[in-house]
Design a binder for this molecule. Sequence first.
Ligand SMILES: Cc1cc2nc3c(=O)[nH]c(=O)nc-3n(C[C@H](O)[C@H](O)[C@H](O)COP(=O)(O)OP(=O)(O)OC[C@H]3O[C@@H](n4cnc5c(N)ncnc54)[C@H](O)[C@@H]3O)c2cc1C
Length: 344
Amino acid sequence: MARCDLTVRGGGILGLSCAWEAARRGARVRLIETVAIGAGASGGLVGALAPHVPDEWNPKKQFQLESLLMMEGWWAEVEQVSGLTAGYGRTGRLQPLAGAAAVELARRREESAVALWQGRADWRVVAATGAAWEPAAASGYLVRDTLTARVQPRLALGALAKAIAARGGEVVIGAAADQGPVIWATGMAGLDDLSVAMGKSVGSGVKGQALSLRYPAAELPQVQLDGLHIVPHADGTVAVGSTSERYWDDGAGVDGGLDALLATARAALPVLAGAEVVDRWAAVRPRAASRSPLLGEWPGRPGHFVANGGFKIGFGVAPRVAQVMVDLVLEGRDKIPAGFRVQG
Ligand SMILES: Cc1cc2nc3c(=O)[nH]c(=O)nc-3n(C[C@H](O)[C@H](O)[C@H](O)COP(=O)(O)OP(=O)(O)OC[C@H]3O[C@@H](n4cnc5c(N)ncnc54)[C@H](O)[C@@H]3O)c2cc1C
């Protein structure tokens, strides 16, 4: 390959998305992943692309909204260029409402969603119907939104890697030299490196466990109750995630916490009672101290940039992260929200 315009380090969702965005704009890009595509937090099972609640608006919610609204076209192009499916589908979400206060709050959000989501998706309070694929709602009502989507993480990473190569980019697994400016999208290792370089903690990890069931629900909406996500995928599996653990011995180990999560999922949707468990998985999510994505120049290291801090919404924000990072690195346009910058 002729000299690269840009190197991206890290073959997770943020690194692959940045490399793809650069390649689709015609740049010569080299992506270097030391272990394997999806070796970190991205190589999992869940893939919920779920918005935050439409009220108490802030730059993170706005950024995430922009990302979710561009998803459909983004994944369609990746699928078309790669010839592979990413498992994207805007299938919506159901959230049961516990009581009268929750229903009242949800109705207020119905109104704020109209303005905040720019009429491009709905957040509606709907009456329970008793359908098999519907969680029990003590109030008799649920929220149904039409913004939530899903992608199948491992398929999505594979499609991105192939699309980068199809646009003339290089995807290297192992060691290779950096050329040009470097985007460090190296997940937990990157957060640790940045903390050492800056002499202070810029973030830490939060372990998560998830599993996959065989159950045909491909086009049905995902179900969310507090931290529980039940996400039907196009391949006839349903992902159930995720635990949230601040302390652990083995970041990739699965344990009884996952059994408890499965029991909660089966209580919420009894149709899943007999569904076979086909996969169990765990990883450590990179969480910035600010809890927002951590984007922009690496302070004190000219030519080096950071794309990190995906935490629980790395897949949800990836397309917009890629846009603002490539704008900055290749075009010198800085559209990164103030609260997302790496503070020197
Ligand atoms: C159980 C669980 C469920 C989740 N569910 C969802 C969800 O439903 N929706 C959602 O949006 N997000 C979800 N997330 C969060 C999401 O997975 C993360 O935010 C995202 O994967 C972070 O991506 P990343 O590219 O920053 O990091 P990673 O995926 O960790 O990628 C970093 C990569 O960099 C590589 N690397 C490290 N050092 C170097 C180096 N020096 N050079 C080259 N490569 C290097 C690593 O091997 C790794 O492959 C979930 C996470 C977990 C754990």
